[in-house]
Design a protein around this ligand. Structure first.
Ligand SMILES: Cc1ncc(COP(=O)(O)O)c(C=O)c1O
Length: 426
């Protein structure tokens, strides 16, 4: 029995499903022993070039020495006391405020889930309304208001498609699900439900269906509709924040939401998240504002130190330039290989994120992805993994380039992809 098999078997006996987060379950037994730079190594010593990046946090590369040093330094003198504030929390809030256009105020928590939950609660509190709008194909966490309509089967489109049983129907019913990039659909829903809509929550680039950039003007139009109808616009930048730019995608797009949420790449893998936004709204979380916000581990020194060290690495722009250039070369290379071999492939890429879709483009909304050739998608990912290049073996999922990836890694990835695609059964 290999060490991977043994650990997976032990895990399955004590941990439901053998993993601590649903999508970590792999089609083969795997346990992770170490991770450095652009690589991780499993319990049997097999090394993988990592494009999964733990679903997105790892932007500088695994186990980044300066981020780790900052964490070691803070743990030498501080843990948690549960009162007041630390210098690190103040510094981090000021740093985020300096970089992120919507961040007049900043609150820290630990996960993207908590941040989106708090943002929606605040939106309901400030508007006195209950309904929210989300988009088909986006993910904002597992809480009842949003845990629905991500990678839905075709028969579930146009109605609620909950991710789980056990959700409160009364909450699910308050969520309106609309197609991304379809401003007429948004307009129609707002006309129809008018004064009942508290918030519109959107991934600025819906990376939970790979990489589907907004049409030119789409985010501006959402901003305009929300302003006209008194709806709180929430940009969920849990993936895009810090990864695509230090000011989030909102800075790139030139659209400022009322509230935004950040996590993942903000601290290169250490747990921390932020909800930021307009002072008049965010101050409702303060004394006399009537909106409750709490968490034993909020603003934990480890996450704060890691976030400050990570953001410092991003400040001169070289990390983004490096990752973006490599991802562009990788996407262009994959397109060329598919073209040479006559395989229908649309490689979507923005910044350090890319997704090969096995279809003829363009991809603008979730319905377009129903044409994806799932068997080819899974074959490609699995064959890449078998050759030591880890792209999550789940159809439509995004891949990430980090600052630790090199041009030689991209060359190796493209050579391997050519072999895999050439051998792919018709
Ligand atoms: C866009 C987005 N929002 C929120 C979340 C939830 O974040 P977390 O898993 O840190 O709770 C995720 C997680 O993947 C996400 O992709």
């Amino acid at each position: 029995m290999t060490r991977n098999t043994e650990l997976a078997a032990r895990a399955a006996r004590v941990i439901p499903g053998g993993v601590n987060s649903g999508l970590r379950r792999m089609p083969w037994p795997i346990a992770i022993a170490s991770a450095h730079g652009a690589h991780f190594t499993d319990a049997d010593g097999t090394e993988y070039l990592d494009y999964h990046a733990a679903f997105g946090p790892v932007l500088l590369g695994h186990n980044h020495p300066r981020v780790n040093a900052a964490v070691r330094a803070v743990t030498g003198c501080l843990d948690i006391t549960g009162i007041g504030v630390t210098e690190g929390e103040v510094e981090l809030a000021e740093t985020i405020q300096r970089h992120v256009p919507s961040a007049e105020r900043v609150l820290l928590t630990n996960t993207g889930n908590e941040a989106t939950f708090a943002a929606l609660r605040l939106a309901r509190a400030v508007t006195g309304r209950t309904k929210i709008i989300k988009f088909q194909g986006t993910y904002h966490g597992w809480h009842d208001a949003v845990a629905m309509n991500v990678l839905s089967p075709p028969e579930k489109l146009g109605r609620h498609d909950p991710l789980t049983s056990g959700m409160a129907p009364g909450i699910v019913e308050q969520t309106i699900v609309l197609p991304f990039n379809d401003i007429e659909a948004v307009d129609g829903a707002v006309q129809h439900h008018g004064e009942q809509i508290a918030a519109m929550i959107v991934e600025t680039i819906p990376h939970n269906m790979g990489c589907v950039p907004p049409r030119p003007g789409f985010l501006h139009a959402l901003r305009d509709i929300c302003t006209r109808h008194g709806i709180v616009l929430i940009f969920d930048e849990v993936i895009t924040g810090f990864r695509h730019g230090i000011g989030g995608y909102q800075k790139i797009a030139g659209v400022t939401p009322d509230l935004s949420t950040f996590a993942k790449a903000m601290a290169n893998g250490y747990p921390i998240a932020a909800i930021v936004g307009r002072a008049d709204m965010m101050d409702r979380f303060g004394p006399g504002g009537g909106v409750f916000f709490a968490g034993t581990y909020n603003g934990h020194p480890v996450g704060v130190a890691a976030a400050l060290a990570t953001i410092a690495e991003l400040e001169d722009g070289s990390v983004h330039r490096h990752c973006f250039a490599l991802a562009e070369r990788l996407a262009a290379g994959l397109r060329q290989i598919a073209h040479d071999l006559g395989i229908p492939l649309t490689v979507a890429q923005f910044g350090s994120i890319f997704t090969p879709y096995f279809l003829d483009g363009p991809v603008e909304r979730y319905d377009d992805l129903l044409a994806n050739h799932t068997a080819r998608d899974l074959y490609f990912r699995r064959a890449m993994c078998e050759r030591g290049i880890f792209m999550l073996p789940v159809a439509l999922k995004r891949s990430h380039v980090s600052a630790a990836h090199t041009n030689a890694d991209i060359d190796r990835t493209l050579e391997t992809a050519r072999d895999v695609l050439r051998a792919m059964p018709a």
